[in-house]
Design a protein around this ligand. Structure first.
Ligand SMILES: Cc1cc2nc3c(=O)[nH]c(=O)nc-3n(C[C@H](O)[C@H](O)[C@H](O)COP(=O)(O)OP(=O)(O)OC[C@H]3O[C@@H](n4cnc5c(N)ncnc54)[C@H](O)[C@@H]3O)c2cc1C
Length: 460
């Protein structure tokens, strides 16, 4: 064993997994199977002290550090060749204070862990739309999901964070201390340190009414136009995103329609159930709903409804934008390229940015694009590496067709692939210079660079 591994094994309480261990391949694997990287070691940290030790060891040896929360990063930022993986996956405790409506969440928890712990209290934290995604990466990039219109992004509900910095100290960041760091953490990704605990404001959310509504692909333009107009003014307890969906072989899909391409609205009404019919009427009136998995259900059930469609180990290539205005020309481009959706797990999802998310000023957190109407993501997801070229081409062609309609160079950092790292400045707009300054203050040597990287101000 090398000196660094010996040293780490003596210092940390969690496991230090290297190539000699039988579970090395399993431990190094991240969600996107395209990234077959071989780290020097995976350090399964159990507490902040382990995180501090891992950072100190990699700094001493000049090794790259990859921080892994849920491991969902499409660019594979949760792993690194010949470096150290700071794996937080065992740090997933969630403590709920039902009276204060606050949850303290370990840095390696998934949204499923949070849902499980908060639902019995009739509470929820705004996360994403898949329960296996990590709280860490999703939150630090922004966090768009079912409750965004009602309660804002995940970062808008972050009250404080414990952060192990590049110099090995752990500090707390909140509106009361290290305010600049707290500002940067809310959208700046994993650039500023390792968050060992998040503290979230929770909201009263028990059972919701919602689920996916399937419409004929031929009605896509009408459904999209109607969705665009309605979601701008619908009650804010309605979460809803548009997407393409090849019908999977599930009981609610008529047998003769399995494999057909539909467009879907995936919905979540967290307001009074008696209002649901009225709220959904404009969506149902736009075109005939051909299939649906819709009704009252626990919020965690909706949040995990699509987990099985995106298991670990598939190939992922994604591209993202922000859209100021979804024009009819843009809708035509979506329909043209959506028609070629290549795989049952691939889609374009169009997430709205409005309601509570827009009541916070663009300069109040690092997430710079609060004025945009939508965050689209073209999510290429498929299983066979032999199909990589064709599927990547679908994503790129689709993106090339819609990007000219976006009126913005930036996109949501969490929906991007590794080859979009150069878009960092555009992704943050007017907030980028301040982010670079905070980076210089907290991580001047860019120790945390395995991410959508923000260069420290002095080195740009
Ligand atoms: C199937 C799927 C569904 C998704 N759905 C949504 C969605 O609904 N809404 C949405 O907003 N996004 C969504 N995303 C995107 C998601 O937000 C990003 O992939 C995010 O980076 C995942 O976080 P993670 O912790 O799982 O990933 P990881 O790969 O573990 O980490 C991603 C990045 O965050 C950093 N990081 C993670 N945890 C910490 C921590 N505790 N401290 C410091 N840095 C950390 C890592 O270093 C890395 O740079 C989805 C992604 C996938 C693959």
């Amino acid at each position: 064993m090398s000196k660094i591994i010996d040293k780490l094994s003596e210092t940390v309480r969690g496991r230090v997994i290297t190539a000699v261990d039988s579970d090395y391949d399993e431990a190094r694997a991240v969600y996107n199977a395209m990234h077959d990287r071989k780290p020097r070691a995976i350090v399964r940290c159990v507490d902040s002290a382990d995180v501090m030790a891992a950072i100190a060891a990699s700094r001493d040896e000049g090794l790259d550090i990859a921080v892994r929360g849920g491991g969902h990063s499409v660019p594979g930022f949760g792993t690194v060749d010949d470096g150290l993986v700071v794996d937080l996956s065992t740090m997933k405790s969630v403590h709920v204070d039902g009276r204060k409506k606050v949850a303290r969440v370990g840095g390696g928890a998934t949204w499923g862990d949070v849902d499980h712990a908060t639902y019995p209290f009739g509470l929820a934290a705004p996360g994403g739309v898949i329960s296996t995604t990590g709280v860490g990466g999703l939150t630090l990039g922004g966090g768009i999901g079912y409750l965004t219109r009602r309660a804002g992004f995940s970062i808008d509900n972050l009250l404080s964070a414990d952060v192990v910095l590049a110099d090995g100290r752990q500090v707390n960041a909140s509106q009361y201390e290290n305010q600049d760091l707290f500002w940067a953490l809310r959208g700046g990704g994993g650039n500023f340190g390792v968050v060992t605990n998040f503290e979230f404001q929770l909201h009263q959310v028990g059972d919701i009414v919602g689920g996916p509504l399937f419409y004929e692909f031929d009605d896509a333009a009408t459904v999209l136009e109607n969705y665009r107009d309605y979601i701008a003014r619908a009650p804010e307890q309605l979460g809803c995103f548009f997407g393409w969906q090849i019908a999977p072989p599930l009981p609610f899909i008529p047998e003769n329609r399995v494999g057909d391409l539909f467009c879907v609205l995936v919905t979540c009404w967290s307001g009074p159930h008696e209002d649901a019919d009225q709220v959904f009427k404009p969506l149902r009136d736009a075109a005939e709903v051909k299939a649906e998995l819709f009704g009252a259900m626990p919020f965690p059930a909706l949040n995990s409804l699509f987990d099985s469609a995106v298991p670990k180990g598939m190939q992922h290539y994604w591209k993202a934008d922000f859209i100021t205005e979804l024009t009819n020309e843009a809708i035509a481009a979506h329909v043209e390229h959506g028609a070629h959706t290549p795989h049952v797990s691939s889609s374009m999802h169009l997430h709205p940015i409005n309601g509570a998310a827009q009541r916070i000023d663009a300069g109040d957190t690092a997430f710079g694009h609060r004025d945009k109407a939508f965050a689209p993501v073209i999510a290429g997801i498929w299983d066979d590496p032999a199909d990589n070229d064709a599927n990547i081409k679908w994503v790129k062609d689709y993106y090339d067709a819609i990007h000219p309609h976006s009126n913005s160079d930036g996109g949501y950092v969490n929906f991007m692939s590794g080859d979009d790292n150069h878009r960092s400045a555009a992704n943050y707009g007017a907030n980028y210079d301040k982010l670079a300054a905070v980076k210089a203050a907290y991580d001047p040597d860019n120790v945390f660079h395995v991410n959508q990287n923000i260069l420290p101000a002095k080195r740009r």
